[in-house]
Design a protein around this ligand. Structure first.
Ligand SMILES: Cc1ncc(COP(=O)(O)O)c(C=O)c1O
Length: 411
């Protein structure tokens, strides 16, 4: 009896919210590739992380904290200390939002995953629907469906149209939903395509959500991780005020390569929403020490400017190294300008265009090349055969070696 779990505990054991490719990744970390010591070792290009910038971050993150206050190690506001939210307001306003928000309109929680879960808990009820354009970030399903008990309605975009989201596709998904649609969750720069939306595109999405009278959640976690010619335009810079229905997300996980520090940011002008988020924040607080270190880091303007420039250059270099390798292997891909990834088109390497064939190919690449790519099924693609390659989880040489191994398997 003692070890007996609740029904929901058992459900978690029976069906993990985490997709299979992540389990496969964590199971293989011991066998990690090393050009000298383990040349046939495992290479995971399946997780959206930027590991190209540790040398830049290390001096800021491991330095002693002479200015750490006593308050930083005590209880403070659960949505983040006021000082940290002031620092975020200045930093985010200056670097990509186009204007500063009042610190009372900013909350920090333990990663974007926590922000998503707590935000959606307060804007939709169990059983309600949320529209998510696909292909999408795989984790949205776990974030919204596991404990919030929401239902994601995918808005499928098509490869033939370059995965472009249109008003028609949004209307179709909205009108065909059997459940009340409470929100649209829109990611820009996009994961997994790495596309950066034009300001007209963001404007279309904002106007569409306004016309439908639903919440719009703008996930801008890759705002600074851009490496192409297209300029990123934040939804915040297109409106003098966000009003009660537009909410914006950002995090240190991506632009500052610090996914393990768990610090996500919510911006909302909706006072009731902020109050309700505050009431759940206790369970997802960002450590006071982490807030202190990150706050000091983003307040050092010179360092931040240099960091962003170097980080974007490294992303671009790695992207070019990997796309050159893909071209050499004859593997088709969709060009990307933001994030740490791009989508490859493996359809010609599949005997049939089915999810079974995609899964079989994913297993073959994992078994024979010892390389893990994100399968399109995890990104909820409508069409089988598109795999995400994350090019910043490993140094460029390693990522190129992985692409060559994949090329061999496909060849
Ligand atoms: C678009 C998007 N949103 C949210 C997340 C989750 O980020 P975090 O690690 O801050 O929870 C990710 C992670 O890959 C992402 O790609």
């Amino acid at each position: 009896m003692g070890s007996e779990l609740s029904a929901r505990g058992k459900a978690l054991i029976e069906s993990s919210p985490m997709p299979d490719y992540l389990h496969a990744h964590f199971d293989r970390l011991e066998d990690h590739y090393d050009a000298e010591a383990n040349p046939n070792g495992y290479i995971g290009l399946c997780i959206a992380e930027n590991k190209l910038v540790w040398d830049l971050l290390q001096p800021r993150l491991v330095a002693p904290r002479p200015t750490l206050s006593h308050q930083a190690i005590c209880y403070d506001e659960m949505i983040g200390s006021f000082r940290f939210r002031e620092q975020l307001s200045e930093f985010m306003g200056r670097t990509f939002l186009g204007r500063e928000f009042d610190p009372t309109q900013i909350a920090v929680l333990a990663g974007t995953g926590s922000v998503l879960e707590i935000l959606f808990h307060n804007i939709a009820d169990p059983g309600d629907a949320v529209l998510v354009p696909t292909p999408s970030y795989a984790g949205f399903w776990a974030d919204l469906e596991t404990r919030d008990e929401l239902h994601i309605v995918p808005v499928h975009t098509r490869s033939a149209d370059g995965f472009t989201l249109t008003e028609g596709l949004l209307d179709q998904a909205f009108e065909s939903s059997e459940r009340p649609v409470k929100a649209l969750l829109y990611t820009n720069p996009d994961n997994p395509t790495g596309a950066i939306a034009s300001s007209d595109q963001v404007e279309m999405v904002i106007k569409w959500a306004e016309r439908r009278g639903i919440h719009l959640v703008l996930d801008e976690v890759y705002a600074l991780s851009v490496h192409g010619d297209t300029r990123f335009v934040s939804g915040a810079s297109l409106r003098p005020t966000l009003g009660d229905h537009i909410h914006l997300l950002w995090a240190f996980s991506k632009d500052f390569g610090s996914s393990g520090l768990r610090c996500g940011v919510l911006i909302t002008e909706n006072e009731d929403l902020m109050r309700s988020v505050d009431r759940l924040a206790y369970w997802s607080v960002v450590s006071g020490d982490t807030q202190h270190v990150l706050g000091e880091m983003i307040s050092d303007r010179n360092w931040v400017n240099q960091y962003i420039g170097a980080m974007q250059t490294r992303l671009g270099d790695s992207y070019r190294a990997v796309t050159t390798a893909l071209e050499e292997e004859g593997i088709p891909y969709f060009a990307a300008e933001g994030g740490f990834f791009l989508l490859c088109d493996f359809r010609e390497y599949m005997t049939d265009q089915t999810w079974e064939a995609e899964d079989a190919l994913w297993h073959r690449i994992l078994d024979e090349a010892n390389v893990n790519l994100t399968p399109g099924s995890a990104c909820r693609n409508e069409e089988p055969g598109f795999f995400r390659v994350c090019f910043a989880t490993e140094p460029p040489d390693t990522a190129v070696a992985a692409v060559q191994r994949v090329g061999k398997v496909l060849g």
